[in-house]
Write a protein that binds this ligand. Structure first.
Ligand SMILES: *Cc1c(COP(=O)(O)O)cnc(C)c1O
Length: 373
């Protein structure tokens, strides 16, 4: 039996055309795919944003923090319920993370806990340098409330939309709300460039500066002149070619992921104690990159039973992200919240959510659930 994966890349038909052209023109590193992919993303996101394509989403967060002036011993607030790509760049800059827990409706950063954290840090004489908000699993966070708190204390926001390309909040694309916003095109994301990411900037100047830092910070001189430390973070023209092809199928694939979510809502309908993650109201439009469930105490099966039944049928499931404040590498880090993310981690699972699953895959998943009952 074929393994049913959580989320795998799903190619369209044009990727090969874009790559082949780059190879035929001997433009592997720079070239028209790079500019073309950035233009595609700018068109898609709207709001007059400027996009710089980079080697990963993590690299984008790193350059966002760098450009916001985050440096040694600064504090940066970060959603604790996330993937390490959100928080590791804080450490790259020698800064200290302050983790903030989630609220139950979107599973993303709680505006109240955020304000508590900011007030506490200011009262100790350290004003946080930046706030990293995340739209986990594609679900938009409570953006208005979070931005209001950030604005009240005049702290810039890095918006981690790595999982949320195509999700919208009050009709506006995720990835357009931050002082800097980031996207990821890693192999398991909603679209892929094999590996890659992007910085979404509010000004052309920010985009230029992002590319400057992503290409080893070369000053304007005939020789190699450097007055800043730079990084090798630019996306290649080959990767961007895959991205251009993927942009053509993005909306279709979002539709299919949303269909997967509807499939789970239907599958678990009427099963007490099993809760499928849902959009709080019509302000929140999720790409449902991954469909997630919580298995509560009153469910007819335990999380472990469900996991092992799925595993026996060669169907992948995965626990929700383990919160960063619980990770050994961030032991002792400051944390504000009421442990909601810990409860989500204990009860939750991600289910196969790919846009390329077939009816026979859905039938296999259905059978596991029916057999368990
Ligand atoms: C994937 C991901 C990243 C990092 O992206 P990469 O391209 O893998 O470096 C950051 N944050 C979140 C929430 C992610 O899911």
């Amino acid at each position: 039996m074929r393994k049913i994966p959580l989320s795998s890349s799903h190619l369209g038909v044009q990727e090969l055309t874009f790559i082949t052209k780059a190879i035929n023109n001997n433009e592997l590193t720079k070239g028209e795919n790079l500019e073309g992919f950035e233009a595609d993303l700018e068109l898609y996101l709207k709001e007059d944003r400027y996009v710089a394509a980079l080697s990963s989403g993590t690299a984008a967060i790193h350059l966002a923090l760098l450009q916001l002036g985050v440096t040694l011993n600064d504090e940066v607030i970060c959603q604790t319920f996330t993937f390490c790509g959100s928080s590791n760049p804080i450490a790259y800059q020698g800064a200290t993370p302050v983790f903030v827990d989630s609220e139950p409706e979107t599973w993303n950063m709680c505006p109240n806990h955020l304000e508590t954290a900011i007030k506490d840090r200011i009262s100790k004489g350290v004003k946080p340098k930046a706030i990293i908000i995340v739209h986990l699993y594609g679900m938009p966070s409570k953006i208005d409330e979070l931005l209001e708190v950030a604005a009240k204390y005049k702290i810039p926001v890095v918006e981690d939309a790595a999982e949320a390309l195509g999700s919208t909040y009050k009709g506006r694309q995720c990835g357009t709300f931050g002082d800097f916003s980031i996207l990821s095109f890693n192999g398991n994301k909603i679209i892929t460039t094999s590996g890659g990411g992007a910085m979404v900037c509010n000004t052309e100047e920010d985009k230029k500066q992002t590319i400057f830092y992503a290409t080893q910070a070369r000053d304007n001189a005939p020789h190699y002149e450097h007055s800043k430390i730079g990084y090798n973070y630019r996306m290649s023209n080959i990767s961007a070619g895959i991205g251009r092809g993927q942009m053509e199928v993005l909306d279709k694939h979002i539709g299919l992921r949303r269909d997967m979510n509807a499939f789970y809502v239907n599958l678990f309908k009427g099963i007490k104690g099993v809760e499928v993650q849902k959009q709080p109201n019509s302000d929140f439009y999720s790409n449902f990159w991954l469909s997630c469930i919580l298995i509560h105490k009153d469910a007819p099966f335990t999380k472990a039973q469900f996991q092992s039944a799925m595993e026996a049928a060669n169907i992948e499931t995965r626990p929700l992200w383990k919160p960063m404040h619980m990770q050994p590498v961030f032991e002792g880090a400051l944390y504000f919240g009421d442990k909601l993310s810990e409860a989500l981690f204990n009860k939750g699972l991600c289910l196969p959510s790919g846009s390329n699953l077939e009816q026979k895959d859905l039938d296999r998943i259905t059978k596991v659930v029916k057999d368990l009952l």
